[in-house]
Design a protein around this ligand. Sequence first.
Ligand code: AMP
Length: 267
Amino acid sequence: MKILKNVFELNKAIKNYKNVGFVPTMGGIHKGHESLIKISQKNNKETIVSIFVNPTQFNQKKDFNNYPRDIQKDISILRRLKVTYLFLPEVDEIYKKKMKNFILNKSDKILCAKYRKGHFEGVLNVMNRLLSFVKSKNVFMGEKDFQQYSLIKKLLGKKYKVNIIGCPTVRLNNKIALSTRNKLLSKTSIIKASKIANRLFKVKKLSKIDDSINLSKLKKELENRFKVQIDYLEFRDEKNLKLSNYKSKYRLFIAYNINGVRLIDNF
Ligand code: AMP
């Protein structure tokens, strides 16, 4: 695996992107990332993974500082997976180029965009830069972060003429979606998060035969039972993220804070 620390090394190493799939990450590589990498490897001769903890998408400096990082472990996992290139830039390398900042439309200010002010502007700004450097035509992103995948596909897919490919969420046996942030959870929080995930799977299933599920009642019930603070619990359409009318494909979206850790998921 070639480790490329800046855009100069990147351009030197990769002249032709025709068969290079791209998996952008913030590191803390887990089986969720691994599955994206394997899907990229199946569909492309070579794969480039980027690891960049993007400061502009964190609402609080504390959250950015506490974000789990273990670059040596990440490198050994990526080597084992036979990843071709790792793009590992510093903050200055990404942000030294002058580029226009993204601003979200009012209609996009839903779900996490409503509760984490500036978060997706940060995500779009870093992806705009990454896609201008890494010129792959196939970019693999997780449905675990469905709103992120959906916004990038809508706002950057056309601009860079890239295929943004959504990949299924990888879960543990207890149904918790893998996430780098899970490392910050206590044992009790893990048990609670697993119960919440199991319950929401059932609710989603039930919604297929009963479209009158009262989500605000369920939200209060989960908050009281598990002592969590839920930002949103909503059925939304997969295509446009509008509130679901249960006619086209939809998902149940949740974001909640458990003991100071914010988790998101969709079912
Ligand atoms: P992150 O490092 O958390 O920014 O994630 C990098 C990419 O991996 C994003 O496209 C995520 O949606 C994806 N990802 C994270 N967790 C999972 C998971 N459990 N299953 C599938 N993809 C995931």
